[in-house]
Design a protein around this ligand. Structure first.
Ligand code: HT7
Ligand code: ZN
Length: 866
C-alpha cells in the first residue's frame, strides 16, 4: 500500500463548481447520475482525475456527448479524462449495490434504511468525483425510489420539490446552497418515523428540527431533541454562531461505524447516540447523547462552514469541535465532574496510544489509511491543545480570536496554521513554540520538586520537562505550556503568588498560570509565612504526566479548592498504595483513612464523590510499569477493593441504603449522582462476595426503575457471583432480546467478566441469534469488550490474543474499519513480558500473513510489529 505525505500536497487541477446528482434506488441496485460543472484552475490542458472505488461505470459524457473510450482511462482507484477542457459539464453514470456494502462506507443499507457515510473517502464509492475536502461544490440531489419502500427521501440542505410518478415511485429534490466537500454529502431513504420541533435563531429565523428513527422508537428521541435545542442555543450564546438552513435533520441508524456524522443539514447517527429512555438507557448513555448531538451540531461552524484543506488537518475540525462539546457538557452538567470524565478518557485512551507504536502528532504527516487517524490523539489530545490556547488567551481574547477565525475563513478549506494565525492575533504570547504541539508526538512529563526556606519565607519550585523521543527515535523539543498552580495555606486557602525575578517573562501569572517553555525551569515565590501545599496543573490545564512528591496528597485530597487536583491526589494516593501492594507491602492505613474521610464527607456533590472514591483503572496502572504485569495489577486491585470494603463496610451499607431510594429517579444531577455513588459502593461491597452484598445486588436488579441501576447490579452479579447471576441474566435476555441497543450491554457484561469461562461464553454469544457480526455496535460490545478485558485478553495460554486475531481476520473481509479498530487492542505489545510478547507476536503474524488483508489492518499491525 501507498503512503500519502502532507509535504506532497498539491491543489487539485480542477474544481467542481456544482454537482447535480440523481439517485434511482431499486431493490437490487442504485443508479447514480452525476453531472459536474468543472473548471480547470490553470491555462494549460491537464487531465481531470476523478476518484472512484468499487464502481460499475455505465457512461461518461462531456457536455452531454458520450466520449470515446480512448478519451479516458480507468484503474482501481481513478477515472482519468485526458482533456475535458477548461470548463465543461462532465456526466458519469455508475451502478452501485447498497445491500452488498458491509464496509458501511458510501451508500449502504442499515436495517432496510438506505444511508450514506462519506467521510473521509465514502463518496468515491458512490460516484466518480474529486473526493477531497478542498474541492467544495454546490450540490443538488434528486432521490427517486419506490414510495412504499422509501416514503422518506432526504439529502442535504433544503427541500426544493417533491412529487410522484404513476408507477408507484416518487422523488424529492434537495438543494444545499452552501458549497461543501463531498465528505459532507448525505442521503437517506427508507420507512422511518420522526419527531419534530422548531427553533428560532437569534436573528429570528425559523428552523424545523426533525429526528428520524425506526417506527415505534419516536418517544426515545426526546432527549436527543432537547440536547439539539440546547446545543443550538449554547452556540449562539457562547460563540455568536447561529444555524444557517431552514431545516436540521437527524437520522438514527443501527449499523454505523462510529458515533455520528455531521453531514450538512442531515446528520446521520448511530442509534446508540439518539435513542434513550430510563428503561433502556443508562445515565452514561444520556450524557453521551447530549455530547454527541452537540458535537455534530457544533461541526456546522467548525468543520462544515470552515473545513479542512486536506485530511492531515483533521484536528482542525475535530480537536476544536471536541473542545466545544466538552465545554458545552461542562456548562450543562458540573464543570469539575465533566473535566474529570474528559481527563479520564484522555488518559485511558490517548495516553496509551501516545506511548505505543502507533503514536502520531495531532497533525500527522503521513498515512496509509486515513480512517486509521480518527484517533484519540487527533480528537482528545487535539481538544487539549485547543484548551491550552483557550487558557493562554483567556476567555475574552479567545472569543475575539474565534470571531476572527470565523470571519476570515468562512466558506473555505483551511489548515491548522490558519487557525493558529487567528489565535496569534489575540494572544499575549508568541505561539511559534506552542505550535510544536501540532507536530510532535508522545506525552511529555513534568517533574516538580520544591524546597521551602522558613527563614526567608520563600518556596522554590523546580520543574523538569521530559520530552520523549518520537516513535522513529527522532529527538523532540520542549513544549510551551500553561501550568495553572496555587500555593495553599493550612486551611486550603489560596495564597498570593509573589514570584521573584523576571515576572515580565510570566505574562499569565495574574491568572494563576505559569508559562513553561524550557526543559528546566525554576521559580521562587516569596512572602510565605509557612510552608504551603502545592496545587499543580489545576483543571489539568496541560496534557502531561505530572510527577510531584507525594507529601501533600492527603491534604490536597481533602481540601484543594480545585476539584480536579483533589481527584488527582486521590488517584495518585491510590496508585502508590497499589504499587506498594504489588511489591508485597500491606495497604497503607493512611490511604484507608483518607478514603473514609471522603466517604463520610457529606458536603460533597454525589457524582464528584463517586469519582473521588474510584480506583485507578488497569490501563492507568499499566502506564507506570516498565514491563507490564497485568496479573499483578489485577491481583492488587482486587485485594485493595476487598480491604476497602472490609474497612468501610458499615458506612458503605448505611450510605447505600440511604441512596437506594425510588426518589432518586430522573436525570437531574442529584439523582445521577445518587446512582453513581450507590453503584460505586455496591461495587466495593460486592468485592467481599458475601451473602448480604449479593442480596443487595439481587434486590437492586429486581427493583430497579432505571437501566443504570439494573445494569450495574447485573454486571456486579455476573462478574462476582455468577451462580446468583444466572436468573437475572436470563431475565435480562428475555426482557431485552428484541432491542439491539440493550443487547449490546448484555454482551459487554459477558465479555468483560473476570470469570474463567468468559471466552467460551463469548464464543457462545457469537452464535446467539441476536448477534450479528455486520453490526458494529454488537461487535464492539462483544468482541471489543473482550479485547479490553485484562483478565482474558492477556490469558497466560495466549487464547485471548488468538481469539481476537481470529476475529480481526473474519471482520476484515466484512468491515475493514472495524477490524482495524480491534487491532488497536495489541498496542501494548512492546511493553509486555517475553512470554506474552511471543504469544501476541504469533497472533499478529497470523493476521499479517492472511491473504488480502485490508490496508487499514495492514497499517496498524505493521506498526505494532515493526
Ligand atoms: N466527522 C466524523 C468522523 C467520521 C465518521 C463518522 C461515522 C462513520 C465513519 C466515520 N469516519 C469518520 C464524526 C465526528 O467526528 O463527528
Ligand atoms: Zn467530529
Amino acid at each position: 500500500p501507498k503512503t500519502i505525505y502532507l509535504k506532497e500536497y498539491e491543489a487539485p487541477a480542477y474544481h467542481i463548481l456544482s454537482t447535480e446528482l440523481t439517485f434511482e434506488i431499486f431493490e437490487e441496485h442504485t443508479l447514480v447520475i452525476n453531472r459536474m460543472a468543472i473548471k480547470r484552475r490553470g491555462d494549460v490542458p491537464v487531465p481531470l482525475l476523478l476518484d472512484g472505488d468499487d464502481l460499475e461505470l455505465l457512461c461518461v459524457k462531456v457536455d452531454d456527448v458520450k466520449i470515446p473510450t480512448d478519451a479516458y482511462e480507468r484503474n482501481e482507484e481513478t477515472l482519468t479524462l485526458f482533456d475535458p477542457g477548461a470548463e465543461a459539464t462532465v456526466q458519469v453514470v455508475t451502478k452501485i449495490y447498497p445491500d452488498k456494502n458491509t464496509a458501511l462506507e458510501g451508500l449502504y443499507r442499515s436495517g432496510g434504511i438506505y444511508c450514506t457515510q462519506c467521510e473521509p473517502h465514502g463518496f468515491r464509492r458512490i460516484t466518480y468525483f474529486i473526493d477531497r475536502p478542498d474541492n467544495m461544490s454546490v450540490f443538488t440531489v434528486k432521490v427517486i425510489a419506490e414510495q412504499s419502500v422509501c416514503p422518506v427521501l432526504l439529502s442535504n440542505g433544503n427541500l426544493e420539490e417533491e412529487g410522484s410518478f404513476p408507477d408507484g415511485r416518487h422523488y424529492a429534490l434537495w438543494k444545499d446552497p452552501f458549497p461543501k466537500p463531498s465528505y459532507l454529502f448525505a442521503l437517506v431513504a427508507g420507512d422511518l418515523g420522526r419527531i419534530s420541533d422548531n427553533f428560532t435563531t437569534a436573528e429570528g429565523n425559523e428552523v424545523a428540527l426533525h429526528i428520524y428513527v425506526d417506527k415505534g422508537n419516536e418517544p426515545r428521541a426526546d432527549h436527543a431533541m432537547r440536547s439539539l435545542k440546547a446545543s443550538m442555543r449554547w452556540d449562539e450564546e457562547t460563540y455568536g454562531r447561529s444555524y444557517d438552513l431552514s431545516v436540521y435533520n437527524i437520522v438514527a441508524v443501527d449499523s454505523f461505524n462510529m458515533g455520528a456524522m455531521e453531514n450538512k443539514g442531515l446528520n446521520i447517527f448511530n442509534s446508540h447516540y439518539v435513542l434513550a429512555d430510563e428503561e433502556t438507557a443508562t445515565d452514561a448513555d444520556f450524557l453521551g447523547i447530549e455530547s454527541v448531538i452537540a458535537h455534530e451540531y457544533f461541526h456546522n461552524w467548525t468543520g462544515n462552514r470552515i473545513t479542512c484543506r486536506d485530511w492531515f488537518q483533521l484536528t482542525l475540525k475535530e480537536g476544536l469541535t471536541v473542545f466545544r462539546d466538552q465545554s458545552f457538557s461542562a456548562d450543562m452538567q458540573s464543570e469539575v465532574v465533566q473535566r474529570i470524565r474528559d481527563v479520564d478518557m484522555l488518559r485511558e485512551r490517548q495516553f496509551p496510544e501516545d506511548a505505543g507504536p502507533t503514536a502520531h502528532p495531532i497533525k500527522p504527516e503521513q498515512y496509509i489509511e486515513i480512517n486509521n487517524f480518527y484517533t484519540a490523539t487527533v480528537y482528545e489530545k487535539g481538544s487539549e491543545v485547543i484548551r491550552m490556547l483557550h487558557t493562554i488567551l483567556g476567555e475574552k481574547a479567545w472569543r475575539a480570536a474565534m470571531d476572527l477565525y470565523f470571519e476570515t475563513f468562512d466558506g473555505q478549506a483551511v489548515r491548522t496554521e490558519d487557525f493558529l494565525w487567528a489565535m496569534q492575533q489575540h494572544s499575549p504570547i508568541d505561539l511559534a513554540q506552542f505550535a510544536l504541539w501540532y507536530s510532535q508526538e508522545r506525552t511529555p512529563s513534568l517533574c516538580a520538586e520544591h524546597s521551602y526556606d522558613p527563614a526567608s519565607g520563600r518556596l522554590t519550585l523546580k520543574l523538569e520537562q521530559i520530552v520523549p523521543d518520537a516513535v522513529d527515535g527522532r529527538k523532540q523539543q520542549p513544549y510551551c505550556m500553561p501550568l495553572r498552580l496555587a500555593l495553599l495555606g493550612h486551611a486550603g486557602e489560596e495564597l498570593p503568588l509573589q514570584l521573584e525575578g523576571d515576572t515580565g517573562a510570566q505574562p499569565l501569572l495574574e491568572r494563576g498560570i505559569l508559562l513553561i517553555t524550557r526543559d528546566e525551569e525554576s521559580f521562587t515565590f516569596g512572602g510565605l509565612a509557612s510552608e504551603p501545599a502545592l496545587s499543580l496543573n489545576r483543571h489539568f490545564g496541560a496534557p502531561v504526566v505530572m510527577e510531584y512528591p507525594q507529601e501533600d496528597v492527603m491534604n490536597l485530597m481533602r481540601f484543594d479548592s480545585d476539584g480536579f487536583v483533589r481527584y488527582e491526589a486521590a488517584q495518585s494516593f491510590a496508585r502508590s498504595t497499589l504499587e506498594a501492594m504489588m511489591r508485597g507491602e500491606a495497604v497503607s492505613p493512611q490511604f484507608l483513612e483518607s478514603f473514609k474521610h471522603i466517604l463520610e464527607d457529606e458536603s460533597l456533590d454525589l457524582q464528584f464523590k463517586a469519582q473521588l472514591l474510584s480506583l485507578p483503572t488497569v490501563t492507568m496502572l499499566m502506564q507506570t510499569q516498565q514491563t507490564v504485569d497485568v496479573h499483578a495489577i489485577l491481583e492488587a486491585s482486587d485485594a485493595l477493593r476487598r480491604e476497602i470494603a472490609v474497612a468501610c463496610e458499615a458506612t458503605m451499607r448505611h450510605l447505600y441504603a440511604l441512596l437506594h431510594r425510588p426518589a432518586h429517579m430522573g436525570l437531574e444531577a442529584e439523582s445521577i449522582g445518587a446512582r453513581a455513588l450507590k453503584n460505586r459502593l455496591l461495587g466495593y461491597l460486592m468485592a467481599q462476595q458475601d451473602a448480604e452484598s449479593i442480596d443487595s445486588a439481587m434486590a437492586q436488579y429486581e427493583e430497579s426503575h432505571t437501566m443504570t441501576d439494573r445494569l450495574a447490579a447485573l454486571q456486579l452479579l455476573h462478574h462476582g457471583a455468577p451462580e446468583a447471576a444466572e436468573a437475572p441474566m436470563r431475565d435480562f435476555y428475555e426482557r431485552y432480546s428484541g432491542d439491539m441497543l440493550v443487547m449490546t450491554k448484555y454482551f459487554s457484561v459477558i465479555a468483560s467478566s473476570p470469570q474463567p469461562d468468559t471466552l467460551s461464553r463469548v464464543r457462545a454469544a457469537m452464535e446467539d441469534e441476536v448477534f450479528n457480526i455486520k453490526v458494529p455496535n454488537l461487535v464492539r460490545s462483544l468482541i471489543g469488550s473482550f479485547a479490553r478485558n485484562p483478565y482474558h485478553f492477556h490469558a497466560y495460554d495466549g487464547s485471548g490474543y488468538a481469539f481476537v486475531a481470529e476475529q480481526i481476520i473474519a471482520l476484515d473481509a466484512i468491515n475493514p474499519m472495524i477490524a482495524a479498530g480491534l487491532s488497536g487492542a495489541f498496542k501494548t505489545y512492546n511493553r509486555l513480558n517475553a512470554h506474552s510478547r511471543a504469544q501476541m507476536r504469533d497472533a499478529l503474524e497470523k493476521v499479517q500473513a492472511h491473504r488480502g488483508i485490508s490496508k487499514n489492518v495492514y497499517e496498524i499491525v505493521g506498526k505494532i510489529l515493526a
